[in-house]
Design a binder for this molecule. Structure first.
Ligand code: DC
Length: 235
């Protein structure tokens, strides 16, 4: 078992995992794994290659050979610029359609398997904050802190709507809600690594909380764990 500490942040789309992850990264200096971005990249690469997104073997092969890079972004709302081969796809992978494609390829067991080593390679000193659906249940089962961050579908659709509007994307709230509900269903009902809280996860419902309140709650969970050697309950 690795000594390198992991904080797993799992939950459905739009629950605020990304913002919480960035805030925790700034406080801890830990690395970040945005595992959803990997599935989004596989979906996009599969589209670009003209593959049927449900053809498991072909998409898994592509996932194993994925040529990607995360680079510091100097402009725009995303913390990192995302590259696929020699093209920058930072915004392209964030569309709602890219999310649906990601959820489709993510339901294929061989694709999940193909991305496992890549995900594990993000675990480097001083630690990792891993954002996804199965970070605490499958990929980093030994994470020192596991948070399952959720919110009602309508609150998540509202947040996503405002987020995409800020990025200048043209979206409809009703379509987003429908798509979020369909994505929840697909992510929760698949046979491999479904979206469920780990048994030892702390569940936080952010429906009625501000981002600052969510971050404060998560931070208090971290402080009360022995993850940072900062067990505030210890004498
Ligand atoms: O977090 P996100 O919205 O970027 O994720 C996009 C999709 O990828 C999501 O609907 C399900 C899938 N996903 C997954 O199956 N497992 C993960 N660890 C992360 C994302």
């Amino acid at each position: 078992m690795s000594e390198i500490k992991v904080i797993a942040i799992d939950g459905p789309s739009g629950a605020g995992k990304g913002a919480v992850t960035q805030a925790l990264a700034a406080r801890t200096g830990f690395h970040v794994l945005d595992s959803g971005a990997l599935y989004r990249l596989v979906g996009l690469a599969a589209r670009r290659s003209g593959l049927d997104l449900t053809s498991e073997k072909a998409v898994a092969k592509l996932a194993r050979e994925l040529d990607i890079a995360f680079k510091p972004a100097y402009e725009g709302p995303e913390p990192l610029a995302v590259w696929l081969g020699d093209s920058e796809v930072t915004h392209q992978i964030r569309t709602d359609e890219a999310g649906v494609d990601a959820s489709t390829v993510a339901a294929l067991p061989k694709v999940r398997e193909a991305l496992e080593d890549l995900q594990l390679s993000f675990r480097k000193p001083p630690g990792l904050i891993a954002d996804g659906r199965d970070m605490g249940t499958v990929v980093f089962k030994d994470a020192g802190v596991k948070i399952f961050l959720t919110a009602s579908a309508s609150v998540r659709a509202d947040r996503r709507y405002n987020q995409l509007k800020t990025k200048g994307m043209d979206v409809s709230l009703a379509d987003l809600l429908e798509s979020i509900e369909a994505r929840d269903k697909r992510d929760s009902n698949r046979s491999t690594s479904p979206l469920v809280p780990a048994e030892d996860a702390i569940i936080i419902d952010s429906s009625d909380l501000s981002l600052a309140e969510v971050i404060a709650r998560v931070w208090s969970v971290i402080e009360n764990s022995d993850l940072m050697g900062a067990n505030t309950n210890a004498d």
